[in-house]
Unconditional design. Structure first.
Length: 156
């Protein structure tokens, strides 16, 4: 009998009645939906910017790698090796016979060189002048990153 009395007082104290209610009310559900919608409205644009930034960084790393591999290949084989940028399609480049495409929303920003050639000594050949040659990648949201190929062939 003491247990039943204890349970009765416990239920009264914590607001439980004989009909044990389960679930959420309509208002509570609507408040949760509103909170989630506000969070999504704030997060989705930031996520899209973050994705384009990461795509731009990935494409920069890939293009730098292609340029460095072309330079190493030129020195190893004792011949001139070229990395070609396609003038009609600013989303592609060709290195070592393989055509690569930039990720969605990333493209070459003009003016960009049509080709970068590395000689057998690892230096850049000079069809466009003796100074450094810049390649600029740009995302659709306006972010830009630059790769600079120096006269001695350094890719930075």
């Amino acid at each position: 009998m003491k247990h039943i009395l204890f349970w009765h007082y416990y239920c009264l104290l914590f607001g439980m009645n004989k009909m044990n209610k389960k679930g959420f009310t309509l208002i509570e559900s609507m408040v949760m939906v509103a909170i989630v919608a506000i969070g999504a409205a704030i997060a989705i644009p930031n996520y899209q910017v973050w994705v384009q930034t990461q795509n731009l960084k990935d494409d920069m790393v890939n293009l730098k790698g292609a340029l460095q591999i072309a330079r190493i290949t030129a020195m190893a084989n004792g011949q001139t090796v070229e990395v070609t940028m396609f003038p009609k399609n600013d989303r592609q480049y060709q290195a070592a016979g393989t055509v690569s495409e930039f990720k969605n929303g990333i493209r070459l920003a003009p003016p960009y060189p049509t080709a970068i050639r590395f000689t057998s000594s690892g230096r850049r050949s000079f069809p466009t002048g003796a100074g450094p040659q810049d390649i600029i990648l740009q995302s659709d949201n306006g972010q830009r990153r630059m790769i600079r190929v120096s006269a001695i062939g350094d890719v930075r």
